[in-house]
Design a protein around this ligand. Structure first.
Ligand code: OMP
Length: 215
């Protein structure tokens, strides 16, 4: 695990974003851990979060023309990432997000910010079964732009619609990379090294056995 990934997990724990317990996910899977990016809820936390994304994105070497954050959780994320890329890396990218409901007055439409064009990097929080990302990819394609990749905080490394992981499905079906700050294997390492709780470790490993994939 890279030092910034260790820092990110410590930060997520400290902010109460990464939690352990029993959580029913959007996919219906019952998970012993949950990552709630909505709990990065102060200016300093959001700023730091944006810097972690910016670091992972720049390190990936991915080429793209603009950023897109799918509503709702992607909206503050994409703004934080755009600011961090500019302030910390000197990279000034256009960014946009969508409304969930089209506006029929004023400026109208569903896209706010830059119009979607060229190679679009989608910024989202977590990938489990890949449903949220497929929806975001459809918005990008619907606007006549091209998906360049996806950047997320956490890759839960779980099966998507088939036997592959959701991330692998995105890579295969859309032909683009998925950049994640951390993955489940990093969470497991963090639990092993920082949290002395064998029952928790077993619960996460059992969950991985059930819904995960062999990478
Ligand atoms: P998929 O659409 O199945 O990939 O699930 C991803 C979405 O589930 C995220 O965008 C979140 O809205 C939510 N989620 C989390 O925020 N954190 C988790 O740890 C797990 C989920 C989830 O429900 O799978």
């Amino acid at each position: 695990m890279k030092p910034y990934q260790q820092d990110f997990l410590a930060f997520a724990m400290q902010q109460g974003v990464l939690r352990f317990g029993e959580y029913t996910l959007k996919s219906g899977r019952v998970s012993p851990y949950f990552f709630n990016a909505g709990l990065f809820q102060t200016g300093s936390a959001l700023s730091r979060l944006g810097q972690f994304y910016a670091q992972a994105i720049v390190e990936s070497g991915l080429k793209f023309d603009m950023l897109f954050g799918p509503a709702y959780k992607g909206i503050p994320l994409v703004a934080a990432v755009a600011i961090a890329l500019y302030e910390k890396q000197g990279l000034d990218y256009p960014y946009a997000f969508n409304r969930k409901e089209a506006k029929d007055h004023g400026e109208g439409g569903t896209i706010v910010g830059a119009s979607l064009h060229g190679r679009v990097l989608v910024i989202d929080d977590v990938m489990t079964a890949g449903t949220a990302i497929r929806e975001a990819a459809a918005i990008v394609a619907g606007q006549g732009a091209r998906l360049a990749g996806v950047a997320i905080s956490l890759d839960r490394q779980e099966r998507g619609q088939g036997e592959r992981s959701a991330v692998q499905e995105v890579q295969v079906n859309f032909g683009v990379p998925v950049i994640s700050i951390v993955g489940l294997q990093n969470v497991i390492q963090h639990v092993q090294e920082q949290i002395a709780d064998p029952a928790l470790l077993t619960a996460i490993q059992d969950y991985r056995q059930r819904y995960g994939v062999v990478i």
